[in-house]
Design a protein. Structure first.
Length: 247
């Protein structure tokens, strides 16, 4: 299988080029990173792109779709039905549990909401493209436009992604790949959800409101992501930059 990645220098968002073999069809996963390096790989491998499969609707994952359509006007741009109206360049939909035939491969769609309502994981040939649900050493936030809930994100990670075979390679929406096994053992959020580590109890201000800091974990950009608990008992995941120590 051919798998090439390009990452945006500012957003750190990934765009992937995937194909079964040289000389055949290919597809892109997301389209927010620089496309020229991937267009060069298309030519190098003599590929014919037929699809763009979008994990979700956020700008840093869809902004460069027009560049692809300019070169290949007949490419199908597919996204979850709940988010099709949010991406002008989307031409069709793919629902959770559907198998999409693209690039000479079978791509299985997994519904992994939380960061957005229609977030899709894409499972193909031992790789899972996780969008903004799961990153190396981190997880997605639930404060971005179109997000649903902490409970959804936790279930998507623990019940869906961590249920995949341990050697499944995680291809996240931002920065570097990992594996299910590596995240199961090392990701601080997952370790807490597994009951391996103790929750924190430090009082803080989160987004200007009183909260308890359960975990100040890593984020993909070198910063932090915070799991907090509000006074009414609700859990939330917010940017680490929005945490103020009160002690």
């Amino acid at each position: 299988m051919i798998l090439e990645r390009s990452m945006h220098p500012k957003f750190l968002s990934n765009t992937f080029l995937v194909a079964a073999e040289p000389g055949g069809e290919a597809f892109f996963v997301d389209a927010g990173g620089p496309l020229e390096p991937l267009f060069e790989k298309v030519a190098e491998h003599d590929l014919t792109p037929t699809h763009v499969l979008l994990t979700h609707h956020h700008y840093d994952h869809v902004s460069e779709v027009p560049q692809i359509l300019e070169r290949w006007p007949d490419v199908q741009v597919l996204i979850h039905p709940a988010e099709k109206d949010l991406v002008e360049t989307a031409t069709g939909t793919m629902d959770a549990g559907e198998t999409v035939r693209a690039g000479g491969l079978e791509v299985q769609t997994l519904h992994i909401p939380g960061h957005t309502a229609g977030m899709l994981g894409l499972l193909v040939n031992g790789n899972v493209f996780t969008g903004d649900t799961l990153f190396k050493n981190s997880v997605g936030g639930v404060r971005a436009p179109g997000s649903t809930s902490y409970a959804d994100l936790k279930s998507s990670v623990m019940d869906t992604l961590m249920a995949l075979p341990p050697d499944t390679v995680i291809q996240p929406g931002h920065t570097d790949p990992s594996t299910v096994a590596e995240e199961f053992e090392n990701n601080k959020f997952i370790r807490l959800w597994r009951g391996l580590d103790e929750e924190g109890d430090e009082p803080v201000k989160a987004l200007g409101e009183d909260a308890t800091l359960i975990l100040l974990g890593d984020d993909y950009d070198g910063g932090h992501k915070a799991w907090v608990r509000w006074p009414d008992g609700r859990d939330d995941i917010v940017p680490g930059s929005k945490i103020e120590k009160t002690g």
